[in-house]
Design a binder for this molecule. Structure first.
Ligand SMILES: Cc1cc2nc3c(=O)[nH]c(=O)nc-3n(C[C@H](O)[C@H](O)[C@H](O)COP(=O)(O)OP(=O)(O)OC[C@H]3O[C@@H](n4cnc5c(N)ncnc54)[C@H](O)[C@@H]3O)c2cc1C
Length: 368
């Protein structure tokens, strides 16, 4: 059991530095980041949030588990946001196995993790999307887009729709290079996340590969409030950028009150985002009815913090922040793309509607 979370993360500095060093290489020559993922296996990240019966770590409570998760996601994001994206997908998959997997599927997962398998969750698609056909032997049609780790991960949980039911999760192989198309993944950042297209046309579906029931994946608060996890990962990138500004700020800028104020504002934005991510993780762990709104608001707080810190980097460091090969440049390129998650204004507007109706602050602090 975890008594002191801090003690569990003595590997923090090592893994952040290791991912950052490897990240520069994978950014320059984007291939699936095999060595970075291997480093995460060695550091224990790979299995930490798997179901307990599959070798996942035992935590004192859901709150402790989510606190540890936030810390791990931030840490990996601080090293390299592309790996953060892949890791966040893997953690999401472990949770989905935990919530919806049968004992037979947990046995299968244990073997897969024993062999070092990495998982993703692929939901994004263009219409008509991925469908599960039930005529004769079940099989899939269609393709996923923005499929992080396409052709490089071992397995993905994909959403599939069918005529009679809500969409459901199917476990598929993600490593078939002939099905992966990375030709369109020509992006300024997040290159090593390899978020290409993946064809699922004709993939046969055994009953063991159906995870949960139709509709399970979309159940709230888990689905919408789960956004806190990508916020935590993005926060890691923001923290890495603040660290770079602090390290690289020249003496002239340090002696200047305007630049100092800018740096302080960047730190406040970063720490504010940290408080919201922690609060959001806590609400998620408690299964609070406000968890969905907390996560939606956290998305906006983290997005704004990202913009503040990226602007501070440009204004404090000048052109140095934009040179190829500079860590600052890579973090900004990665962060600016990774912050672009689905429907940001819609999410914020939904939160605003809720707030107009009632305050969501927990701990007896509600004002209306
Ligand atoms: C690096 C990276 C990795 C990813 N990995 C995965 C993954 O592994 N699995 C997965 O399932 N998904 C993944 N995604 C996809 C992600 O979850 C989002 O679907 C995607 O980022 C949204 O892209 P978009 O901004 O182009 O959104 P779009 O929905 O195409 O919107 C584009 C713009 O139009 C605006 N817009 C759209 N509709 C409206 C409207 N009705 N009203 C007002 N404005 C509107 C949006 O706010 C946005 O600014 C990944 C994305 C990235 C960037």
């Amino acid at each position: 059991m975890i008594q002191d979370i801090e003690e569990q993360f003595t590997d923090t500095v090592d893994i952040v530095d290791r991912l950052a060093t490897l990240g520069a290489r994978y950014d320059a020559a984007p291939n699936f980041p095999v060595e970075s993922m291997a480093a995460l296996i060695r550091s224990g990240h790979h299995r930490r949030f798997a179901p307990q019966g599959c070798g996942g770590q035992a935590f004192d409570s859901e709150a402790a588990r989510n606190r540890a998760m936030a810390k791990n996601l931030r840490q990996v994001g601080r090293g390299d946001l592309s790996i953060g994206r892949l890791y966040e997908g893997h953690v999401n998959a472990m949770l989905l196995f935990d919530w919806y997997g049968t004992s037979e599927q947990h046995r299968w997962l244990t073997h897969a993790l024993d062999s070092g398998a990495w998982f993703g969750v692929w939901a994004t698609e263009k219409a008509p999307g991925v469908r599960l056909t039930q005529v004769g032997n079940a099989s899939l049609s269609g393709e996923k887009i923005f499929a992080s780790g396409a052709g490089g991960l071992d397995y993905a949980l994909v959403t599939a729709a069918s005529t009679d039911h809500a969409r459901r999760l199917v476990i598929v192989s993600a490593s078939d290079k002939a099905r992966a198309d990375l030709s369109g993944w020509r992006v300024r950042g997040m290159r090593a996340s390899a978020s290409g297209r993946y064809s699922l046309e004709g993939v046969a579906v055994e009953p063991l590969m159906l995870l949960g029931e139709p509709g399970d994946y979309d159940l709230d608060p888990r689905f919408t409030a789960g956004a806190w996890r990508f916020c935590a990962t993005q926060l890691g990138g923001i923290e890495a950028l603040v660290l770079e500004i602090q390290r690289s700020m020249c003496d002239g800028a340090r002696a200047n009150p305007v630049q100092r104020a800018r740096f302080a504002d960047a730190v406040v934005a970063m720490r504010t985002a940290g408080l919201w991510v922690a609060k959001s993780a806590e609400s998620f762990a408690a299964g609070h009815e406000n968890a969905v709104t907390m996560a939606r608001l956290t998305r906006r707080v983290v997005e704004n913090a990202g913009f503040t810190v990226m602007e501070a980097a440009a204004r404090i460091l000048g052109t140095q922040s934009a040179f190829d090969g500079q860590r600052t440049d890579k973090i900004i390129r990665d962060l600016s793309l990774y912050l672009r998650q689905g429907g940001p204004d819609h999410a914020h507007d939904e939160a605003a509607k809720t707030l107009l109706d009632h305050d969501i602050w927990s701990g007896g602090e509600r004002l209306w």
